[in-house]
Design a protein around this ligand. Structure first.
Ligand code: ARG
Length: 498
């Protein structure tokens, strides 16, 4: 590649002279110039190659459907959670005609010597895992003064990848990776606290019932009596021997949306399809359906298929909403859950993928007040609140929407605080985010941020995060949203392991 580039470089230099650009015209100058162009071109090509490689890596790790998951030799025994009628217990979701499991043993590595069409793709995958592992271990060791020596750790990990196609993070690597994944997540305004993330290492937990139970514990521990702890529970990783469990729900606590005969939705319209799908699969809504019925948790494993678990009452902390001045507000019967635990993102660390790794911070008021309760395709409460406030809704120019939205948001902030549940407002959080950016810059790191996600949905221009640009490149480790996982969390299927 170097020779043609030299020729191109020389040609460009000569061409530049020919076209009368303002360049030195002596012979040595032409040589120097062509060399400069040559180096530049080589540099650009190298960068391009690296970029292509990185893109490939992201794609392959995150979004590849499970290719050849060996099934366990038998269906999981009917565990304690098989009785559909009991609360807090799973209901089997899979269709009776679901194909049975093959009995082939789990071979992480294919025996050599047999012709195998998948083999070259596989070794390319392994290369990607190796490169990602090396990059992550270097990052970890660069930022962790007390870590064991880098060289031996990389060698051990490479051997493990050679043998099994993947590797097991140390507890310290896992905790660091989960925290840096938060630090790298371009959509989150609350990243100032990334170091405080508590990491629950649950990588040996992989059965549907155990995953669900640990999720319910997570809700309790993270709620912490109202003083919410940022926390992640990391369940079994994806491995060549066994695919990881999947949590279907978008968050651990979400409200059902019931389509009414008149086409309107009772509850959260975002989950109308998810809700009806779960009903079809056997979930029984409360006798009198309401606007804030907590959906069951759906956990799918390759052995058990998707299973539903009703959340125990003590795991669901909610805040009834009232307004500091408007007495009628409490009569609306609004409420929201205290802890937002995102449960359909894939945590990706150094070539290892954790599809079941629910994590939470605490709420920023606008998430509930401006979006969940305000959006016209969610609870759409603005017109009703404006009406109650006695605003003139006949003319947009009275800004009745804006005025009602502000009061809805005041109610959210007021109610959480009055109930002793952690919450933050968008002005405070915007300032904190800029402090975070400054700190990251001082540490010599790039901090990706997505303007469209960072700027609050209420009074954006009143917050300092509005008035600047950000770079938004994807950095790993990170929390990634797979299209199929997003689909499952809104449409209630199809299963990851059909
Ligand atoms: N926006 C989502 C919701 O309203 C929650 C996303 C995560 N938010 C957070 N503060 N950690 O439920």
């Amino acid at each position: 590649m170097v020779l043609p580039l030299t020729v191109v470089g020389l040609a460009l230099a000569v061409g530049a002279v020919e076209f009368g650009w303002n360049v030195p015209t002596s012979r040595p100058a032409v040589v120097v110039l062509s060399l400069a162009i040559l180096f530049l071109t080589v540099g650009i090509c190298a960068r391009l190659l690296v970029a292509v490689h990185a893109g490939e890596k992201l794609f392959q790790i995150g979004d590849r459907p499970w290719r050849k998951a060996p099934r366990a030799g038998r269906r999981a025994s009917s565990g304690p959670g098989r009785i559909p009628s009991r609360p807090d217990q799973p209901v089997r979701l899979d269709h009776p005609s679901r194909p049975g499991h093959s009995t082939s043993p789990d071979h992480p590595i294919r025996p050599t010597g047999r012709p195998d069409p998948e083999r070259s793709a596989e070794s390319a995958d392994i290369e990607v895992v190796r490169a990602a592992a090396r990059e992550f271990l270097e990052l970890f060791h660069g930022e962790s003064p007390r870590a064991e020596r880098l060289g031996p750790r990389i060698a051990a990990v490479m051997r493990e990848i050679e043998l099994t196609g993947t590797y097991w993070h140390t507890a310290e690597e896992l905790a660091f990776g989960a925290r840096v994944a938060w630090r790298n997540n371009a959509r989150c305004i609350g990243r100032l606290y990334w170091r405080s993330l508590q990491v629950r290492d649950l990588r040996t937990v992989s059965g549907a019932g155990d995953v669900a139970g640990s999720c319910f514990d997570h809700l309790q521990v993270a709620h912490n009596g109202g003083k919410i702890r940022p926390m992640i529970s990391v369940f079994a990783p994806e491995t060549p021997a066994r695919p990881a469990p999947r949590i279907w729900n978008e968050q651990l606590v979400r409200y059902a949306g019931y389509e009414q005969p008149d086409g309107r939705v009772l509850g959260d319209p975002r989950y109308r399809t998810f809700t009806s799908e779960l009903v079809q699969r056997g979930w029984q809504p409360p006798d009198v359906p309401g606007a804030f019925d907590v959906l069951p948790l759906v956990v799918e494993t390759v052995e058990e298929g998707p299973q539903m678990f009703q959340l125990p009452r003590q795991a669901v902390h909610e805040v009834p909403l009232e307004h500091p001045e408007l007495a009628w507000f409490a009569e609306l019967g609004l409420r929201w859950h205290a802890v937002p635990v995102i449960s359909n993102n894939r945590l990706v660390i150094g070539g290892v993928s954790y599809p079941a790794a629910p994590f939470n911070g605490w709420y920023m008021g606008t998430e509930i007040g401006a979006r969940n309760l305000g959006d016209s395709d969610r609870y759409a409460l603005v017109p009703e609140i404006a009406e109650q406030m006695g605003l003139d809704t006949s003319d947009e120019a009275t800004l009745w929407r804006d005025r009602a939205l502000v009061e809805l948001n005041r109610a959210v902030l007021h109610s959480f605080t009055a109930n002793g549940v952690s919450i933050t407002d968008h002005h405070t959080e915007s300032r904190r985010f800029l402090i975070h950016l400054e700190r990251e810059e001082r540490a010599g790191r790039r901090c990706p941020a997505d303007w469209t996600w960072i700027v609050p949905p209420l009074s954006g221009s009143q917050t300092p995060v509005f008035h600047r640009y950000y770079t938004a490149e994807t950095q790993l480790p990170n929390y990634l949203t797979d299209p199929d996982a997003t689909h499952r969390s809104l449409q209630g299927g199809p299963p990851a392991f059909p």
